[in-house]
Ligand binder design. Structure first.
Ligand code: G3I
Ligand code: 9MR
Length: 574
């Protein structure tokens, strides 16, 4: 088993080397040093699992080594050739979700930026970097991904480079599926994922998470630009990007205040570019989850964009009132609709979240009452569970200003107790990651990044190192410290996805996928017809178009990644 996996990863490294070389000759200089690093790894029969982008100087730095014995290692600083560290790994531990026994090499003491080489014995080694620069580039790519997924706009080569494309989906005549004589204009917004539909609940949590990043790290975003059409205006790029989606979301509110669950074709489009995906688009039924999610997002937007406060707040209040009149209206796909459902029939979390945002924006006691009635235990956020988002807002600076001290303190201790459980999972994990069996669902990398957002927030609240270590442990996980040795973000790392389930990347004729996207990640539901080498939760992943259950990309998985990278860089662990 061990030998098989080793040779598999060797083969994959060679493959990624070939792809990296072709990427370089195609003019992509994003990973200019990939070639030499991949060459070094090629002679490498020991599996090392390491963050392939770079560590910040003062973060905890763990390299996972596949071994059933503790091993001694040396680290050389490549620029000087000097041995800068010698050590022995932790005692190996077995991870059943991956069927691997691994040990940890702790190289945290290396704080000098540069390229290092960690060796075990005479022949086996890996390289790693201490570099804030690459993490900055990674952050910018993960948020730029939203620009590439904009509906209703041509992507100009000046901004999109080789991923330029024509406009698609103007959405100027979207039919109301339940009243086909009526149509609406519902332009702009981001495509949800690898598909071209636009779903309110998923759009909502993504938009909120990006606004959360802005609210928590305003200094980080104030001057930051990543070459989008609005980069020359006075507003931070992050706010311009978010506006693109808020403009669309506003159009999804019906006259009575209720919000259509999604804007969709009846069936998923084939793998063609946006301009060629011309099937009729519809808005479907209104529902409680979409309306409350919309209310929460718009109430937050009223604080983020004070110049548009009235528009956003009145939209939020109308949606909230609709949900009061329709408190239990789940959405299920209409009989002829076959696209993503994002179905949810439990609404206390959406009520708690919307009430929290409305309370923070208006200070009206009625909303506080609603928070008290609906707020449940803290949890990691996801599209179907928004309780954690209520906590993030209530514990933010705005929450601290608005809530009574006693109430704030009790929410804080509940939240930290939950974060403690993630820390424990991380400390007990052979890979030092806060991931348990239940986390390996469709979009497991999104779960990892939402856990990371919770932990980063716990660290912000307490400055307690254990939160920070569990947080960076998860960031390292998606960047390569995982049992497949994948850097799960397109365009970054020696071994990253090339064949994501993303229609544009599949159809554009460009060898490299659109950069900056986090692949869904391993899970063994196997809900597609792809063949998987592994049936284990943490290693069932396939870098192939066929694998939409592990290799699609979405706006809701990238958003907590953007947040986490901003948190990491803003904390200046450097
Ligand atoms: O609700 C059940 C739960 O009761 C059960 O315990 C659990 C066991 O696995 O399954 C739960 O259902 C899961 C559901 O998500 C809710 O979490 C399904 O197994 C799982 O297949 C389903 O996955 C969703 C997938 O769409 C299929 O509907 C993903 O969360 C969701 O991210 C994904 O979203 C798609 C959109 O539909 C379309 N656009 C792309 C996007 C990403 O792939
Ligand atoms: O391509 C679709 C992907 O974007 C969705 O997330 C996924 C959700 O179920 O479904 C994919 O479409 C598949 C469809 O569900 C079944 N037939 C194959 C389609 C992919 O080629």
């Amino acid at each position: 088993m061990t030998t098989k996996i080793k040779s598999f990863s060797k083969l994959a490294v060679s493959l990624s080397l070939i792809l990296a070389i072709s990427a370089c000759s195609g003019g992509n200089n994003m990973n200019s040093s990939v070639t030499s690093e991949a060459l070094q790894s090629e002679s490498d029969p020991v599996a090392f699992y390491v963050n392939q982008t770079g560590f910040l100087p003062h973060q905890q730095k763990h390299i996972v080594i596949r071994s059933s014995q503790p091993v001694t290692f040396d680290v050389i600083h490549t620029a000087t050739g000097k041995t800068v560290l010698q050590g022995t790994t932790s005692a190996p531990a077995y991870w059943d979700l991956a069927d691997q026994t691994v040990a940890i090499a702790d190289v945290s003491s290396l704080v000098e930026p540069g390229l290092y080489r960690l060796s075990v014995g005479a022949e086996d080694y890996t390289t790693f970097r201490v570099s804030a620069e690459r993490l900055n580039a990674l952050h910018d790519a993960t948020i730029k991904a939203y620009y590439y997924n904009r509906a209703g706009i041509a992507l100009d080569p000046a901004f999109a480079g080789k991923w330029h494309r024509e406009a698609g989906h103007p959405d100027t005549k979207v039919i109301n599926l339940n009243q086909p004589e009526q149509s609406i204009v519902s332009a702009k917004g981001w495509y949800d994922a690898g598909d071209y539909n636009k779903y309110i609940v998923n759009s909502g949590i993504s938009t909120y998470t990006l606004m959360r990043a802005y609210l928590d790290f305003p200094g980080f975003y104030a001057e930051r630009r990543w070459n989008i059409p609005e980069s020359t205006n006075q507003q931070p790029d992050l706010l311009d990007e978010i506006s693109w989606n808020l403009d669309w979301m506003l159009t999804m509110q019906d006259k009575d205040g209720g919000v259509f669950h999604k804007l969709t074709t009846l069936n998923f489009a084939p793998a063609v570019m946006p301009a060629q995906a011309n099937a009729q688009r519809y808005v479907v039924s209104k529902g409680t989850a979409a309306s409350l999610n919309f209310a929460a997002v718009m109430a937050t937007a009223a604080r983020v964009y004070p110049q548009h406060k009235n528009t956003y707040l009145s939209a939020a209040e109308k949606a909230w009132q609709w949900a009061q009149r329709n408190p239990a209206k789940p959405y299920t796909n209409e009989a002829n609709v076959n696209t993503g459902e994002y179905g949810d029939s439990s609404f206390t979390d959406e009520f708690a979240w919307a009430a929290s945002e409305l309370y923070l924006t208006t200070g009206e006691p009625g909303y506080l009452n609603q928070i008290e009635q609906n707020l449940g235990a803290p949890a990691t956020p996801g599209w179907s569970d928004t309780m954690g988002l209520a906590y993030l807002s209530l514990l933010s600076e705005q929450g601290q200003k608005t809530l009574s001290g006693q109430r704030y303190d009790s929410l804080r201790s509940g939240f930290l107790e939950y974060a403690d459980s993630l820390v424990k999972t991380s400390q007990d994990s052979p890979f030092r990651i806060a991931m348990s069996a239940r986390d390996f669902v469709w979009g497991s990398n999104g779960v990892a990044m939402n856990h990371a957002m919770v932990l980063a927030s716990a660290y912000r609240l307490t400055s307690q190192e254990s939160y920070r270590h569990a947080f960076t442990g998860l960031v390292d996980y998606v960047l390569g410290k995982n049992p497949l040795g994948y850097s799960y973000i397109t365009g970054f790392g020696q071994r990253s996805p090339h064949f994501i389930h993303h229609r544009q990347s599949q159809a554009d004729g460009v060898a490299e996928p659109v950069p900056g996207w986090l692949a869904g990640g391993p899970q063994n539901g196997h809900q597609d017809n792809c063949h998987y080498e592994s049936s284990l939760p943490a290693t069932s992943y396939k870098d192939n178009w066929c694998s939409y259950s592990t290799n699609e990309v979405t706006i809701n998985w990238n958003a907590p990644l953007v947040y986490s990278l901003a948190a990491l860089l803003e904390q200046k662990i450097q």
